[in-house]
Design a protein around this ligand. Structure first.
Ligand code: GAL
Length: 681
């Protein structure tokens, strides 16, 4: 049990609120508080982009407005998450300190513009940020309404200026022990005569510069994360000097590719993220949209498995920046909010509480519309969620505690995308992870999502799709895991390269993994989009005689010790092994040598789970299932994402939303959410 905010009783329900845009309308500010209370809102995030309101000119600060807003909110039972305003710089700052503006991949400095485009190494920008952050901390860290610092906003992007280039070179020198030949070897720079003789020759991969050294490309991405994290830590340290006790977070974005969040998570006390699924789109079913969102929840939740995470932003109604800005249909808001909670979030927060009247986001969804009343569909749905959260408040602090985890690495994303291999259009690392993860979700066993470097010794089953890059020590970690009885499922394109992207010698998967899996992958064949092969399952109970379609990739395996579970039925690899299992100590290592629809593998996954002592569930179509636990009870969440009713069997406990007792079976209405509390006996 871990309460994120001991001061707050139950869930946080709220979102970004921008009173500084309405200082000339005290009537509106007053009405907002009244409406927030009606919407069961108990917390707002203030000041995300308020720098130009705090400091209209350099050194001339005004915080009175913030104090009076925070006081008033607090008196009305509404807490504050206070942001540092570094996400958008005032015009005076860029005018006076142009080095705060980022340089793009062609080497051009940006002009003063919108937000999120700062140079992370700029000394002047840091000085200005330190000043404003210190002022905020000094004035507000003791405010009784303050519960959390929100660092900047949605960090992202890279800067290619000379200062960042220099920092990159220093970073490389440190990494390679000031020995340029170590770098040359790691990056295989003898190829195309790319050898460097000093670190000063190594440039970031400019768009009109070096692009053939894959190790350099990868290291630049790692550096961008390092530099962003360094900046974020600088902001955190600045606050901590004044306020060592209030926790900090920053808002991550949906599987954002540009930053390896796993390298940033330890700098934060709480993980939070912004969720904007494209509901009702024309390229996937609603259930798939929900599952993709659940994958993200699991990714962020798993970054700190010992505590709940926060849903920092989500849209009431709709966003305004998507190719098609479609409204969430009635009931979807409730399902999306409760999905976050079911996945381990202790907050449901929105962007935004009130719509801004002008500029970029004037048509973005908000709890309070330009209409200015509680009499809108969106408002009513928000208020309904607020009420529901109050009813299930005891769930806060409980955790997921899942027995299965999927390995997901940013390095792997970057390296696979950049690899001159496979078929460019179908590499799909992320999609492959999501597909496999979704299949387990459908089996009622929702995997956590961890990086290969995190601790996964406590899980019973590890899923390792396309683990192309093996960081140092991962081979041993897998061995140890399986030797202690763990089960692991790896796939094609695993263990090909080390952390600098040098190929492993002596057979893939490398770093000792071919011994664990009992196979060596000799070839990987890429398919044209219409190419197909099939695999046929041999002698397991659930899969016997089952023929499954193969697309995109098929490896030719040499089996050393493993047992063959399925073989290819066509082409030059006909009859050769496609799925294998190797008993390694008390554990088992499964290898899937080809890509299939993950759903077709559900019977196989079910067997693996059962073999590991985990019982999968049989869930009605369109019903999503999640579990949270604390020392007193298990909370089961059933989300009916379809419009048809669905019968759930084998269910008993208290319906937390109604207080009714459920014994045996339950008829879930279309779009209904059920939260069942089962106490331990
Ligand atoms: C987020 C951002 C918010 C707001 C929102 C609109 O990415 O953090 O400030 O712009 O998008 O959907």
């Amino acid at each position: 049990m871990y309460q994120l905010f001991p001061k707050v009783n139950g869930f946080i329900h709220g979102g970004d609120y921008n009173p500084d845009q309405w200082l000339d309308r005290p009537d509106i500010l007053e009405k907002d508080v009244e409406l927030m209370k009606k919407a069961h809102i108990n917390c707002v995030t203030l000041g995300v982009f308020s720098w130009s309101a705090y400091e209209r000119e350099e050194g001339k600060f005004s915080f009175d407005w913030l104090k009076s807003v925070m006081d008033n909110l607090y008196e009305n039972g509404i807490y504050t998450i206070l942001a540092t305003p570094s996400g958008a710089r005032p015009a005076w700052l860029d005018e006076k300190y142009p080095d705060a503006m980022r340089v793009d991949a062609y080497g051009h400095r940006n002009r003063h513009s919108s937000r999120h485009n700062h140079c992370m190494t700029s000394v002047n920008y840091r000085k200005q940020v330190a000043k404003i952050d210190t002022q905020l901390a000094e004035k507000f860290s003791e405010h009784p309404g303050l519960i959390l610092w929100h660092i900047s906003n949605e960090f992202g992007g890279a800067c290619y200026c000379d200062s960042c280039k220099k920092r990159f070179q220093e970073y490389l020198a440190e990494k390679f022990n000031h020995d340029i030949d170590k770098l040359n070897h790691a990056w295989w720079t003898g190829f195309w005569s790319r050898r460097f003789t000093s670190f000063e020759q190594v440039e970031p991969p400019y768009s009109n510069g070096e692009d053939s050294i894959l190790g350099l490309n990868l290291e630049w991405k790692r550096f961008t994360t390092w530099s962003t994290n360094d900046f974020m830590r600088f902001e955190i340290d600045t606050l901590r000097k004044v306020d060592p006790k209030t926790p900090v977070t920053t808002n991550f974005m949906t599987m954002y590719e540009g930053l390896d969040y796993h390298q940033m998570m330890d700098s934060l006390d709480i993980i939070s993220w912004d969720s904007y699924p494209r509901f009702h789109n024309d390229y996937e079913s609603l259930q798939e949209t929900f599952a993709r969102n659940a994958f993200n929840h699991a990714l962020f939740r798993s970054m700190k498995p010992d505590r709940p995470f926060m849903l920092m932003e989500s849209a009431p109604g709709l966003v305004n920046w998507a190719p098609v800005n479609k409204y969430k249909r009635p009931g979807i808001h409730r399902l999306a909010c409760l999905q976050a909670v079911a996945s381990g979030s202790d907050t449901v927060q929105y962007f935004q509480i009130r719509k801004g009247r002008g500029a970029f986001e004037q048509h973005h969804g908000a709890v309070i519309d330009h209409l200015g009343t509680d009499d809108t569909r969106v408002f009513r749905e928000v208020a309904e969620v607020g009420e529901m959260l109050e009813k299930i408040g005891e769930v806060t602090g409980s955790l997921a505690g899942n027995p299965v985890a999927l390995l997901f690495d940013w390095d792997n994303r970057w390296a696979i995308k950049d690899a001159m291999a496979l078929a460019q259009e179908t590499k799909k690392y992320e999609e492959t992870c999501i597909d496999i993860w979704k299949t387990f979700l459908r089996l009622g066993v929702e995997p956590d999502i961890v990086s290969s470097d995190m601790d996964w010794s406590g899980y019973k089953v590890i899923l390792a799709p396309m683990l192309y890059v093996l960081h140092d020590g991962i081979g041993d970690k897998v061995k140890e895991f399986v030797r202690k009885g763990g089960r692991i499922i790896a796939t094609y394109f695993s263990g090909y390269v080390d952390q600098n992207l040098l190929c492993h010698l002596g057979g893939f998967p490398g770093d000792g993994l071919s011994e664990v899996f009992g196979v060596i992958s000799e070839e990987i064949d890429s398919f044209y989009p219409a190419d197909r092969n099939h695999i046929l399952w041999k002698d397991s109970e659930d899969t016997l005689g089952k023929r499954i379609e193969v697309r995109d990739y098929a490896e030719l395996l040499r089996v050393k010790d493993a047992k063959v579970l399925a073989s290819y039925t066509e082409d030059y690899i006909q009859g050769s092994p496609a799925v294998t299992v190797n008993d390694y100590g008390p554990g088992r290592a499964y290898y899937l040598a080809c890509r299939t629809e993950a759903e077709d593998l559900a019977p196989f996954f079910r067997e693996v789970l059962e073999g590991a002592g985990i019982s999968p569930k049989i869930l009605p179509k369109n019903v999503e299932y999640h579990v949270r636990k604390n020392e007193n009870a298990v909370y089961e969440f059933y989300l009916n994402l379809g419009s048809q009713e669905a019968e759930i069997n084998g269910i008993c406990g208290e319906d937390l939303l109604t207080g009714d007792r459920i014994d045996g079976s339950y008829m879930l209405q279309g779009m209904q959410v059920l939260v069942v509390k089962k106490e331990y006996r």
